[in-house]
Design a protein around this ligand. Structure first.
Ligand code: PLP
Length: 387
C-alpha cells in the first residue's frame, strides 16, 4: 500500500506542473536546435524561446525585451545587484533588509569585504518594514536599494510600491527579489517603478535551474557571464531551451489562474492556521496576518523542537520546513524570526507550511490531525515549561 504523502513545502520548491513537463518534452527529443543557428533546427526553437519570453513578460505586464533568462533566482539577484553597483562605481552604500533570502543577504554582506557599507533595514515583530527608516537611511553615497517582495519564511509582503516610489523619487535604482511573489500575487511593471525584479522557475511549478530577471528599459546591465552574444549580449551561454519553454508555460498557467488560485489556496491556508491555533496547546503565528502571501503560514509551537516536529511529520508523509536549526545545514536559528524578535523558545519550535494549487481540503485535515498528535507527544517529553 502506498503511504499517504502531503507536500506542504512549496516555498522551498514546487512540483513541476504536468502541463509544463508536457510542453518541455519535445525540446528534450526532436527540437534540439541551437536558437542562434541559421537553419531550420535553430529557427524552430528560436520561435518557441520568443513565445516563452512573451509569456514571462505577460505575467508581470512587461515588454518581452525586458526579460533576461537566467539559471535561477540567485543568479537573477546577483546579476541585478552587481550590475547596479558596477554602473555607479563611486557609490559605496547598499540598502537592503535584515530578512532577505541568502541570495541577496549573503551577497550584500560579502560586499563589505570590498569597501561597501551595507544598511539592513529592521522589521517589527510582525515582520513588517518601516518606510520612514528607509527614507532616513538613504544618503548621498547610496548606490542601490534591494528589498524582497515577499518573505520566504513568513510570507510577509513588503510595501514594494511605496518603497520603489520613494527610492525612485531620490533618483536611485531599486531591485526587488520577487522570487516568492511571482505567480502568487499580481505584479505590474507599469504600476510599480522597480528597475529590476528576480524570478525563479522552481517556485512556480517550472523546473529547478531556470530563472529570469526583469530589466526595465533604459537600465544598463553588465553581464555576469561573458562569452557569446546570447540574450542580446546580456548573458553568454547557449540558452536552456527546454527549461525556458517550461518557465513560459508555468507563467502562462499562473497568469490565467492567479486570482482563483489566490482565493483557493488562501482558504486552505487560513483553515490550516485557524485549526492549528485553536486546537494546539500553545501555538502562535509569526508574521503580519494582513500583508502575507496566500499560501504561507509560519507557526511556533512553544517549548518543542522544530526538528523533532519535522521528523515526525515526515514519518507521516508530510513535508514542511522549520525555522529553527539544522534543516538548511546551518546551526543558526532563522535570521528572519530573530530579526522579528520572536523569543528563542518560539523560534526553535517554528514550522512553515507552504501550500500550492495541488493541495486539497483533505491534505489540511490530515496535517491538522497528525500535527496535534505530534505536538501532544513532544510536549509530554519536553523538559521546558513556563514554571
Ligand atoms: N529569493 C527568495 C526569496 C527565495 O525564497 C529563494 C529560494 O528559496 C531565492 C531567492 C533563490 O532562488 P533559487 O533557488 O532559484 O536560486
Amino acid at each position: 500500500m502506498n503511504k499517504r504523502t502531503v507536500y506542504a513545502d512549496n516555498n522551498a520548491t514546487t512540483m513541476v506542473a504536468p502541463e509544463v513537463r508536457d510542453e518541455m518534452m519535445p525540446f528534450l527529443t526532436d527540437l534540439y536546435g541551437n536558437p542562434s543557428s541559421m537553419h531550420l533546427f535553430g529557427g524552430q526553437v528560436k520561435k518557441h524561446m520568443d513565445t516563452a519570453r512573451e509569456k514571462v513578460a505577460a505575467l508581470i505586464n512587461a515588454d518581452p525585451s525586458e526579460i533576461l533568462f537566467t539559471s535561477c533566482g540567485t543568479e537573477s539577484d546577483n546579476t541585478a545587484i552587481r550590475s547596479l553597483l558596477s554602473a555607479r562605481p563611486d557609490k559605496k552604500h547598499v540598502i537592503t533588509t535584515r530578512v532577505e533570502h541568502p541570495a541577496v543577504r549573503n551577497l550584500c554582506q560579502s560586499l563589505t569585504n570590498s569597501g561597501y557599507r551595507v544598511t539592513e533595514l529592521s522589521v517589527d515583530k510582525s515582520g513588517q518594514m518601516d518606510l520612514d527608516e528607509l527614507r532616513e537611511v538613504i544618503d548621498a553615497d547610496t548606490a542601490l536599494v534591494s528589498i524582497m517582495w515577499a518573505n520566504n519564511e513568513t510570507g510577509v509582503v513588503f510595501p514594494i510600491e511605496e518603497s520603489a516610489e520613494l527610492v525612485k523619487s531620490r533618483g536611485l535604482p531599486f531591485h526587488t527579489d520577487a522570487v516568492q511573489a511571482v505567480g502568487k500575487l499580481p505584479i505590474d511593471t507599469k504600476i510599480i517603478p522597480f528597475d529590476l525584479l528576480a524570478i525563479s522557475g522552481h517556485k512556480l511549478h517550472a523546473p529547478k535551474g531556470i530563472g529570469a530577471l526583469y530589466i526595465r528599459k533604459g537600465t544598463s546591465l553588465s553581464p555576469m557571464l561573458v562569452g557569446g552574444h546570447q540574450e542580446s549580449g546580456r548573458r553568454a551561454g547557449t540558452e536552456n531551451i527546454p527549461y525556458i519553454v517550461g518557465l513560459g508555460k508555468a507563467c502562462e498557467i499562473a497568469r490565467k489562474n492567479i486570482d482563483r488560485e489566490y482565493r483557493e489556496i488562501k482558504k486552505l491556508r487560513d483553515r490550516l492556521e485557524h485549526e492549528l491555533i485553536e486546537k494546539a496547546l500553545d501555538a502562535s503565528v509569526n508574521g503580519d496576518s494582513q500583508n502575507r502571501l496566500p499560501n504561507t503560514t509560519n507557526i511556533s509551537f512553544k517549548y518543542i523542537e522544530g526538528e523533532s516536529i519535522l521528523l515526525l511529520l515526515s514519518e507521516q508523509g508530510i513535508a514542511a520546513s522549520s525555522g529553527s536549526a539544522c534543516t538548511s545545514g546551518s546551526l543558526e536559528p532563522s535570521h528572519v524570526l530573530r530579526a522579528m524578535g520572536v523569543p528563542f523558545t518560539r523560534v526553535h519550535g517554528s514550522i512553515r507550511f507552504s501550500l500550492s494549487r495541488y493541495n486539497s481540503d483533505d491534505d489540511i485535515s490530515y496535517i491538522v490531525e497528525k500535527m496535534l498528535i505530534i505536538e501532544k507527544r513532544l510536549r509530554e517529553i519536553s523538559p521546558f515549561t513556563d514554571d
